[in-house]
Ligand binder design. Structure first.
Ligand SMILES: [Zn+2]
Length: 235
């Protein structure tokens, strides 16, 4: 399948393209909005050209580059492999995290989205070290124990787990370089660690508090049989 910019500047695609949107996270159609003119492509003969699409679901603009396949007398043929400039952001329940943990984690996830794997690792170390300090001060769970559990549950191989342990917990050792594959494991490990440590605890406490509140309200509204008997008797 190809895309074409025709000599009358129209943009033609053989089939609609659907991709996950970095803004609304819906698997939505990319609707063409703007393309370079035929004349400008013929003049500069670039290897890649930039296009603007619109997300069919949320209407946000989506910027993409397409590789040029050939220059013809009446059309320029482009690859249908849409390389989006903006990528889907990684999400987390940041509202539950202490600021000292949330700030480096936000940067870490941005680094991951940008394929900056070692920078991602360095920011993960900061976030986890801040979490260690926080849980030490508040008597929360030991992160190293949680880490060992995650490694076992996810059946992560020895070499990867050693690299991740050095990265996250051995703050005296220089940060090891992280490959794309190790980064893919690291993101799940760090998200799970911080979820267990902060989000799960806070959600559980809030749920228990709410259940107790409603249970208390129900008990107050129901008049106990004993006091009902007294009322009838005295009335
Ligand atoms: Zn969207």
């Amino acid at each position: 399948m190809s895309f074409y910019v025709k000599s009358n500047d129209s943009f033609v695609q053989e089939k609609p393209v659907f991709r996950e949107c970095p803004h609304c996270l819906t698997h939505a159609e990319l609707i063409p909005q703007a393309s370079p003119s035929f004349a400008s492509l013929i003049k500069s003969r670039p290897r890649h050209a930039g296009f603007v699409f619109e997300c069919a679901a949320c209407k946000e603009p989506r910027f993409a580059r397409l590789a040029v396949r050939s220059f013809g007398p009446d059309q320029v043929e482009l690859s249908a492999n849409v390389v989006e400039i903006e990528r889907a952001k990684e999400h987390f329940h940041f509202g539950y995290l202490p600021t000292a943990v949330g700030l480096p984690l936000r940067e870490a996830l941005d680094c991951y989205t940008a394929d900056l794997h070692t920078a991602f690792g360095v920011m993960c170390r900061r976030a986890v070290q801040a979490a260690v300090a926080n849980t030490r001060a508040t008597g929360g769970p030991r992160l190293l124990d949680l880490f060992s559990e995650v490694i076992q549950l996810a059946e992560i191989d020895y070499d990867t787990s050693q690299t991740l342990q050095t990265l996250l917990f051995d703050s005296c050792a220089p940060e090891p370089s992280i490959t794309a594959e190790q980064a893919a494991v690291l993101i799940e490990v760090v998200k799970d660690l911080l979820y267990q440590c902060f989000v799960r605890t806070a959600k559980l406490k809030a749920a228990v508090k709410m259940r107790r509140f409603f249970a208390g309200e129900t008990t107050q509204k129901v008049t106990p049989i004993a006091s009902l008997g007294k009322k009838i008797h005295s009335g």
